[in-house]
Design a protein around this ligand. Structure first.
Ligand SMILES: [Fe+2]
Length: 415
């Protein structure tokens, strides 16, 4: 990052941090009531929830902490909720990873601003005199508070990514956060139930309401870590496969990158994009069984050579279908050399019979092959590759997906 933009980013982060602190001090001095029991109980839970949170696709984390904060706000008011949030913004995980200090400051600042403004709205509008959550106005206020929190929290996080990575703020928000909105609405319903049970039957109800959620989140995080470890090992195998073929070093990663870009243009959800990236990384893993002399042959391939190479989608499919969380998408590996007009291999299926993931990978794969030097021809430049893609619309490639790929390549030319 250039020095100018780094200084701007630091000034922005300090402004957020100081604004968050000032707002918190003001609100705590205005709404003095602090529940020590609330701080201890909800502080422990929110701290656990945030430290067991699950990484989001681009950056940031998803956790049940906003549901916990909202419960603390309904039960004890803004001051307790702000202190609880202040505790939650210290991520042990980040300290252990030696995350730069300014990221901590931003984290604390943005949480305090989101909590501060939303709890302020809550305290002004919420009718405590009825001592009941279940009056229409109070339910409405809780939803308004949660929506305010969600919007401020996600836009502040998107803003700092936008400044540091120079991507439009709305694009970051749409890719990373918009899809979390239904989850937050679920958390609001959960917060209402938790607060009602706490008020009616006492603090022990947290054992049956929040504890299972935090444990579920912890289990999800462990499963996520296991997947990551498994994928890391598989990527080592991919590198070994690529090392066999001197012409395709880094090919799988590039195919995965373009597959992701196409998927974003097609507006697939983040869950599917993540799966597609994993599958794209593995699309040529079947080459592990292809004879080395065939892969690295510099002269024209014989019919026998082609038969040998054409085995790799089937071998790859057999490998990928053994990976539990990818097995339902393994057919994208099997069909990644099929063509729109039915002239591909291994089965010669066409158009609607080819799964979406296979169509995407096929285009990304072909583009990377065109733009890389091969023993029998030189790499095409970007302009020639776009022409080649255009010429093959409706023959080798699906029209809609191919046009998205061309759009991406033209955008890259401009930037
Ligand atoms: Fe392939």
């Amino acid at each position: 990052m250039k020095n100018n933009s780094k200084s701007f980013l630091l000034i922005y982060i300090f402004t957020i941090f100081l604004s968050g602190l000032s707002l918190s001090f003001y609100l705590i001095s205005r709404f003095k009531n602090v529940s020590v029991l609330g701080v201890v109980l909800f502080g422990i839970l929110i701290f656990a929830a945030d430290n067991f949170s699950v990484p989001l696709p681009k950056t940031g984390f998803v956790s049940v902490s906003s549901g916990i904060y909202l419960s603390a706000l309904i039960l004890f008011g803004p001051s307790t909720a702000i202190i609880v949030t202040f505790i939650s913004s210290f991520f042990i995980r980040d300290f252990l990873r030696k995350v730069p200090y300014y990221k901590h400051l931003f984290n604390i600042g943005q949480y305090l601003i989101s909590i501060g403004f939303s709890s302020w709205i809550f305290e002004i509008m919420y009718e405590r005199k009825y001592d009941s959550i279940f009056i229409p106005k109070n339910i409405g206020v809780i939803f308004l508070t949660a929506v305010t929190f969600f919007i401020i929290n996600t836009f502040l996080t998107a803003s700092v990514i936008s400044i540091s990575q120079k991507i439009k703020i709305f694009n970051i928000w749409a890719y990373n956060f918009a899809w979390l909105f239904p989850f937050h609405i679920f958390l609001v319903v959960m917060a209402i139930a938790i607060s009602f049970l706490y008020k009616t039957y006492g603090p022990f109800t947290l054992l049956f309401t929040l504890m299972p959620l935090v444990i579920a989140q912890y289990t999800y995080m462990l499963r996520n870590n296991e997947r990551k470890a498994l994928l890391n090992s598989i990527m080592h195998i991919v590198k070994i496969v690529e090392a066999k073929d001197i012409y395709t070093a880094g090919h799988s990663v590039r195919v995965a990158d373009y597959s992701e870009k196409i998927a974003r243009k097609l507006r697939l959800n983040e869950y599917d994009i993540e799966l597609l990236k994993n599958i794209a990384n593995l699309h040529d893993i079947g080459k592990i069984q292809v004879d080395l002399s065939v892969l690295n042959k510099t002269e024209k391939l014989t019919n026998e050579d082609w038969l040998e190479i054409k085995k790799h989608p089937v071998v790859g499919y057999e490998i990928v279908k053994e990976i539990t969380f990818l097995k339902d998408y393994a057919n994208a590996v099997l069909y990644h050399h099929e063509r729109h007009d039915g002239s591909g291999y291994p089965f010669g299926i066409s158009d609607e019979k080819i799964p979406l993931f296979a169509k995407i990978i096929s285009i990304a794969d072909s583009y990377d092959a065109m733009t890389t030097d091969r023993p029998y021809r030189k790499a095409l430049n970007n302009y020639q590759a776009i022409k080649e893609l255009e010429n093959n619309i409706g023959k080798q490639f699906d029209e809609n997906i191919c046009l998205k790929m061309i759009e991406i390549l033209k955008e890259e030319q401009i930037n």
